[in-house]
Design a binder for this molecule. Structure first.
Ligand code: HEC
Length: 487
């Protein structure tokens, strides 16, 4: 069941990603390009923990000018498999005075991209002063800078916190931290009106001396009137002893204030978002947008107590429901005005009936058949009921073909969040290795597809408009996948 369950999470995430792909594409900000791939990979694969480029010796040699010392193939070998270098040279280490380089477990495609980056990188002269992180704190509710507020910079060496430094914002809301060592990662936190906001961990790129951030903060509100759901999804799969259900909601706070909740729940906390879950639900797993620490179980499901920033917020969780031999039912109550709701039930037989939604068509998603129901403009209190008859007939029917390469959307695009609303670390960590591998595979496939597309275009096999559009799409996907591989 465990295996199936994580496969479900992969599937859910993949579907989430399909659904939000449009949003992501439009988010592809600065002209991020194939050229930055190698650079991103250099950061993500932790090369920066041991190497600088033009900033001097570290655990390993400075990689500036490494192209003068090695041919491309040799570089790839260093990255992909240092052991092979040691075997070929009969020396370990190769560079005197350094320890050997450990195997980094880098995919061949990634190794090529990194090698190309090392060969082409233009190194800025090191100022010798270290890195700078500067920025401004802006109150987006009142559209003004926030002076005199405390900013905390936390430094990490790997996962270990090494130090914290405080600074107050100036009259115009600005702050700056200077002389930062290159080999750390950094997180900036600001407390405002009782809420804590923090960035993700950041590192300096080898050619970056200054990072500039805008930190938006908001005035609080206890009115939930601006909270709605643009897309709600429920995906139901049969598992050995019951059903596995994934629930996805794309919330929107259409106001310009941080919603801090109004209804008291236990421990003096306030409920911000409410979720309906069947009473016999088990294995509740918070995948994205809510964490076990910030939720409170209620009679009808659970409530989150994390503040809701203006803008979109995605919440994904999953659970299982046992089914008796005679079948069973799941009921879900719509809690917020919902523009679109989609229910997908893996197709086994037609022994499913649904009330409260329309549909019943079969759709194919990644080689698996689902029956689809949907609803529009659903009001709070609307009930959706799903009844299953003879669930035993389901068991043999489930196919997981193609699922291995499906990828997790978890963690994507979240660069700045309210601390209380951060991604559940535990769920993430548990899936981290599988996730990275899956994402890595996905990325390699994308790189290859783009290369093939380029070849086809060069060979005149595709017209320019189509080529551009296809390449744009693949690139956007690649950027997104890249963003998903974080420290
Ligand atoms: C744990 C530390 C560590 C990490 C992480 C690491 N390296 Fe290394 N690397 C070293 C050391 C130490 C050497 C020197 C080993 C030797 O001379 O035998 C080295 C050598 C190299 C060399 C050859 C340099 C030369 O001048 O001979 C290249 C290229 C290189 N690393 C690239 C990378 C890349 C790319 C990554 C990330 C995928 C990476 N390394 C990750 C420690 C590391």
């Amino acid at each position: 069941m465990q295996g199936r369950y994580s496969a479900l999470i992969l599937l859910v995430s993949f579907i989430t990603q399909l659904l939000i792909a449009g949003t992501y594409a439009s988010h592809a900000q600065n002209p991020h390009d194939m050229d930055t791939m190698g650079k991103d990979l250099f950061i993500e694969n932790r090369c920066v923990r041991c190497h600088t480029i033009g900033r001097g010796r570290f655990v390993g040699p400075d990689l500036k000018g490494v192209g003068d010392r090695y041919a491309r193939e040799e570089l790839i070998k260093w990255i992909e498999n240092p052991q092979a270098v040691y075997q070929a040279t009969g020396k370990m280490p190769v560079n005197e005075g350094y320890p050997p380089m450990p195997p980094m477990d880098i995919h061949p495609m990634a190794a090529q991209a990194i090698a190309d980056y090392l060969l082409s990188v233009k190194v800025r002269p090191d100022t010798g002063k270290g890195g700078i992180i500067t920025g401004k704190v802006l109150d987006k509710t009142n559209d003004r800078a926030v002076p005199g507020v405390k900013i905390t910079l936390t430094s990490f060496m790997g996962d270990k916190e090494t130090s914290t430094t405080d600074a107050d914002t100036s009259k115009d809301g600005a702050f700056a931290f200077a002389s930062l060592p290159w080999d750390r990662s950094y997180m900036v936190t600001v407390e405002y009106n009782g809420a804590e906001y923090s960035t993700d961990k950041m590192v300096f790129y080898p050619d970056e001396n200054t990072k500039t951030l805008d930190l938006p903060v908001y005035e609080p509100t206890d009115s939930g009137a601006n909270i709605s759901i643009s897309e709600g999804h429920m995906i139901v799969q049969a598992v050995e002893d019951g059903l596995s259900i994934a629930d996805l909601s794309s919330f929107e706070n259409k106001g310009d204030r941080m919603y801090v909740g109004s209804v008291d729940v236990t421990g003096g906390k306030k409920e911000t978002l409410r979720f309906s879950v069947p009473p016999d639900a088990a294995n509740l797993n918070f995948i994205h947008g809510v964490s076990a620490e910030s939720i409170v179980r209620t009679e009808t499901g659970f409530s989150d107590t994390g503040s809701v920033m203006p803008g979109p917020k995605r919440v994904v969780f999953a659970y299982t429901v046992p089914l008796g031999s005679g079948g069973g039912a799941i009921e879900k109550t719509i809690e917020y005005p919902t523009e679109n709701f989609l229910l997908l039930v893996s197709k086994s037989n037609e022994q499913v009936t649904v009330e409260g939604l329309a549909g019943g068509d079969v759709v194919k998603i990644e080689n698996e058949d689902f029956i689809k129901w949907s609803g529009e403009g659903l009001a709070p209190g609307h009930k959706i009921s799903i009844k299953f008859v003879n669930p035993n007939a389901w068991k043999d029917y489930i196919k997981w073909a193609g699922i291995a390469f499906l990828i997790l959307a978890v963690g994507a695009g979240i660069l700045y969040s309210s601390r209380s609303g951060r991604v559940s670390a535990s769920a993430d960590e548990r899936n981290e290795k599988g996730r990275r591998n899956a994402v890595m595979r996905k990325r390699s496939a994308l790189i290859k597809e783009i290369a093939e597309l380029d070849d086809r275009f060069e060979a005149g096999g595709i017209d320019e408009a189509d080529y551009k559009k296809l390449r744009e799409n693949k690139k956007a996907e690649l950027i997104e996948v890249t963003r998903r591989l974080r420290f």
